[in-house]
Design a protein around this ligand. Structure first.
Ligand code: FUL
Length: 472
């Protein structure tokens, strides 16, 4: 083992990151005064009287979220406009000053309760950038205000799985510039909700760097520590309310964050897995004129396979309407997506296959890939960085997807693999890939064969596989 590989495989997820990655797919909900004013970024001068959802039903949101197979929900408790969806004791710019439930309402309460009742996780988005707060830009007074709000959210609404800190800020040199006390915010979260991950401007989950649902061909979880730099994240984030930004994809210079070549000269490495966030519609907030622009099933599947199937988590945004409901068009698409995924991954053809591996570390034989989980796993012998696993069926099978998972508790090791199908007396390469990590799902062109071979052709050290699934 060379020293670079030794360094790389020492970088592993902590338990909160591991639990987070296992959620795979969860929802974002963008809802605030913008829903009523038609804007994407409110400026903080909105009259709370505009916030009047008359049919708000958080259980309807949770039903829609679950119908797509999502396992959590992150709510914009406060967006850049500063309006709070809960009756914060530290500002009157909140639901308490609105007609919603006659000023007695609390959207955060209703949504967190509905999540708990529906058996999904609840997370909070709290925008650091606040265009309403009079103390924004004053340093400590704003930090005190922000921490007080965080404390309300983290102590009064049960278990929180994610605190999502947006990097966006449009106030440049002429505006009010707040230097955030990130360490103090993080310390507050660790103390009050030690299991919550801090996403984007935070150390646990890495923003994929765009809002269009674009992903890198290889999303690495072991990356340079400098990718966690909040200044850099903020610079790459939205600087103004900008439709073009929302469509922008990953820039060429930012494509590789974790190849061996790139990491070679990095002094500090961290486990920082990617999250892909995009909206089901062009905007993050609801606009009736976008009712006909709900993303197609194929385009959502494209993002799903590249994120959940590409070693990243998928945060899909749903914008509730002015009435306070997820629109029927979005609900229909979510049901369609959920039904598709359910059907695609229902039957694992591996259950009826015979398995052969050309090598295995004692105690980690190939049969371990049949059961999903980290209790048992396949592992090659030390020093063996290339292996082959063959799957054999009595009769030919029609194969559409192959899912692979590494035992990431032992880091991310696989760097290159191929899938081959036995075709007319010879092995035919049907897919060549790179990183696997938490999960890689390969879409195949409807292969028909009774022999499939997975060859891991390069690994940092002896590769592991905690699970392989083959689906028709
Ligand atoms: C961006 C924000 O400016 C958008 O309004 C939205 O909240 C998105 C998730 O992050 O940076």
């Amino acid at each position: 083992m060379n020293t670079l590989d030794q360094r790389l495989i020492q970088v592993i997820p902590n338990p909160r990151q591991l639990a987070f990655q296992q959620l795979e797919f969860y929802a974002f909900i963008h809802f605030t005064v913008n829903t009523f004013t038609g804007k994407e970024w409110g400026d903080g001068t909105e009259n709370p009287a505009v916030f009047a959802p008359e049919e708000l039903d958080a259980r309807q949101w949770v039903t829609a979220v679950k119908s797509a197979g999502m396992q959590g929900l992150i709510l914009t408790c406060k967006h850049h406009d500063g309006f709070c969806l809960w009756p914060s004791r530290h500002t009157s710019h909140s639901v308490a000053s609105s007609p919603f439930r006659n000023g007695k309402g609390n959207v955060v309460r209703e949504v967190s309760d509905a999540c708990r009742d529906g058996g999904i996780r609840f997370g909070v988005y709290l925008s650091p950038w606040d265009r309403n707060s009079p103390v924004y830009g004053q340093g400590k007074p704003y930090d005190d205000y922000f921490v007080a709000q965080l404390t309300e959210l983290l102590t009064e609404y049960g278990d929180i799985f994610s605190v999502w800190f947006d990097g966006a800020c449009g106030e440049g040199p002429n505006g009010k510039k707040q230097v955030y006390d990130w360490d103090r915010y993080y310390e507050t979260i660790r103390r009050l909700q030690p299991e919550a991950c801090i996403n984007v401007c935070g150390p646990d989950i890495r923003w994929c760097g765009n809002e269009a649902g674009d992903t890198r061909p290889a999303e690495w979880s072991v990356v340079p520590a400098r990718t966690r730099d909040t200044e850099r994240i903020a610079q790459n984030s939205q600087q103004q309310d900008d439709e073009a930004f929302r469509q922008r994809t990953i820039r060429a210079w930012d494509q590789d964050l974790g190849s061996r070549d790139l990491l070679r000269d990095e002094s500090e490495l961290v486990w920082y897995p990617a999250e892909v966030n995009t909206s089901i519609r062009p905007g993050w907030f609801y606009h009736p004129e976008e009712d006909g622009q709900v993303k197609s099933l194929e385009s959502l599947l494209h993002v799903y396979f590249n994120s959940v199937g590409g070693n990243a988590t998928f945060l899909l945004n749903l914008p509730p309407t002015k009435a306070g409901l997820v629109h029927a068009n979005d609900c229909a698409r979510l049901r369609e997506l959920g039904a598709f995924l359910e059907e695609a991954f229902r039957t694992n053809l591996l259950d009826s296959a015979r398995l052969q591996a050309d090598t295995a570390l004692p105690g980690h034989d190939v049969e371990s890939i049949r059961r999903d989980g980290y209790g048992e796993w396949f592992q090659a012998k030390d020093g063996e960085n290339a292996i082959a696993i063959e799957m054999l069926w009595e009769v030919p099978q029609q194969i559409r997807y192959v899912a692979m998972k590494e035992n990431i508790r032992l880091s991310q090791r696989i760097e290159a693999f191929v899938i081959e199908s036995w075709d007319d007396g010879a092995w035919l390469t049907v897919h060549a890939g790179t990183a696997v990590g938490y999960k890689r799902i390969v879409r195949l062109q409807n292969i028909v064969t009774n022999r499939l071979r997975l060859r891991i052709t390069d690994s940092r050290v002896a590769p592991t596989l905690s699970f392989v699934g083959v689906y028709g």
